[in-house]
Write a protein that binds this ligand. Structure first.
Ligand SMILES: [Zn+2]
Length: 69
């Protein structure tokens, strides 16, 4: 089982368990949720990375976005 490594949050520097890959969606009437995709979210400053259909891609985007910052 391989897991993508997440880089520290570019805003507050959080890492490890403060960063989570969460599914996000739009809540519709009647409690139905339309999925948007996955994104890495920082639990400390509540920022989120780009959304992707794929969990691994979401982590990759996060790492790309946080590079050189
Ligand atoms: Zn943060």
């Amino acid at each position: 089982m391989s897991k993508e490594r997440m880089k520290p949050c570019p805003f507050c520097g959080s890492k490890g368990k403060d960063l989570r890959v969460d599914p996000s969606g739009v809540l519709r009437f009647g409690g139905k949720v339309d999925p948007l995709g996955w994104s890495v979210c920082c639990k400390k400053c509540l920022c989120c990375g780009p959304y992707h259909d794929d969990k691994t891609e979401a982590v990759k985007s996060w790492n790309t976005a946080t590079r050189d910052q």
